[in-house]
Design a protein around this ligand. Structure first.
Ligand SMILES: NC(=O)C1=CN([C@@H]2O[C@H](COP(=O)(O)OP(=O)(O)OC[C@H]3O[C@@H](n4cnc5c(N)ncnc54)[C@H](OP(=O)(O)O)[C@@H]3O)[C@@H](O)[C@H]2O)C=CC1
Ligand SMILES: Cc1cn([C@H]2C[C@H](O)[C@@H](COP(=O)(O)OP(=O)(O)O[C@H]3O[C@@H](C)C(=O)[C@@H](O)[C@H]3O)O2)c(=O)[nH]c1=O
Length: 284
């Protein structure tokens, strides 16, 4: 299978490049080769590639910055995926697109299913939702894979932030009323490649969720990070109101993985095992 991958340096893209089995050739396009601020160039890249599937793992992921730069984030997260998906549909190749729990409003305590109503609370979520709508509207065979709280040994993520704070401070304050599933980027990479292969073999597309299990609060996650890394730091649980940010975050990010398991045989990964792998890789 030949895969065209948007994204090269990001957490998920890096793991896709590392995880591709021998019979999968991945051509990855970084910002220099395909700037998502130029959706027409992205479409052109799809149309001119000799591939069996397209995966988009590039996105504007700076959640707070999207509040003041929503127009740019909309191009990257909304218009570019639409252009890619239209080109993939025209070519007749399947498209795998990664999306987020932040398309939900975070009300209640039930796990969101792919059919749950969407109502993003922030600019990043709105732009990612626009991307989802574009991918569906493009009309080709596709999977939209919503995930959450991604971590890995590369790039910026909560695990690396906590390790840094854990080395600098005696105690860290972390919100305890936002709950979700931390997800190893490696598991998302495996899922993207598995889904791409299944789609090229004729599997039906749709929208699915993949988040790590069990669901925890950010404070619980921070405690697990400190413990696994052997950093004897106190994690003080605080309410979201005590951690003001430009973008509002959903309180409930629980997502059901049932449809993904039914359709593609991919179960929710245990984030604790993924965390141990990442800490080992970081030498922490
Ligand atoms: N991180 C998370 O916690 C979550 C992420 N997701 C989704 O998962 C997917 C992968 O996220 P993740 O791997 O964490 O992302 P990262 O933040 O690690 O990386 C983002 C990638 O997108 C690229 N990118 C950003 N803007 C552009 C642009 N204008 N043109 C070309 N490339 C661009 C970056 O390139 P460069 O290095 O050049 O900036 C980088 O490779 C995204 O769709 C994201 O929305 C979903 C839920 C949670
Ligand atoms: C660093 C820090 C954060 N927090 C809070 C802020 C926030 O509510 C939560 C997580 O912080 P982050 O800045 O890592 O979160 P954030 O950038 O919002 O993470 C999100 O990124 C996008 C791309 C997604 O799609 C989401 O699934 C989610 O992973 O923890 C603390 O309470 N204490 C701290 O010391």
């Amino acid at each position: 299978m030949r895969v065209l991958l948007f994204g090269k340096t990001g957490q998920v893209a890096t793991e896709i490049l590392r995880h591709a089995p021998d019979d999968v050739t991945v051509t990855s396009l970084g910002r220099e080769a395909a700037d998502l601020m130029q959706p027409g160039d992205c479409a052109e890249a799809v149309l001119s590639a000799e591939v069996d599937a397209v995966v988009n793992a590039a996105a504007w992921t700076a959640v707070d910055k999207a509040e003041s730069e929503e127009d740019a984030a909309r191009v990257v997260n909304g218009e570019a995926p639409f252009a890619m998906a239209l080109a993939a549909a025209r070519k007749g190749v399947p498209f795998v697109h990664v999306s987020t729990d932040y398309v939900f409003d975070g009300q209640g305590t039930d796990a969101f299913t792919p059919e749950s109503p969407v109502a993003p609370r922030n600019a990043y979520g709105r732009t990612k939702l626009l991307g989802e709508e574009g991918v569906r509207h493009a009309g080709g065979r596709h999977v939209i894979l919503r995930t959450s709280w991604v971590f890995s040994a590369h790039g910026a993520n909560f695990v690396k932030t906590m390790l840094r704070l854990g080395r600098e401070r005696e105690a860290v304050d972390v919100v305890d009323d936002q709950v979700g599933g931390p997800t190893p980027a490696a598991a998302i990479a495996d899922a993207c490649l598995g889904i791409a292969r299944a789609l090229t073999d004729g599997a039906e597309g749709g929208t699915h969720h993949l988040s790590g299990s069990p669901d925890v609060s950010w404070a619980d996650f921070a405690r697990a990070i400190m413990e696994e890394a052997g950093l004897p730091r106190r994690v003080n649980p605080i309410p979201t109101s005590a951690w003001p940010t430009l973008a509002k975050r959903p309180l409930n990010s629980r997502m059901s993985g049932a449809s993904l398991e039914r359709a593609f045989g991919i179960a929710r990964p245990d984030w604790r095992a993924g965390l141990r792998d990442v800490l080992r890789e970081l030498g922490a």
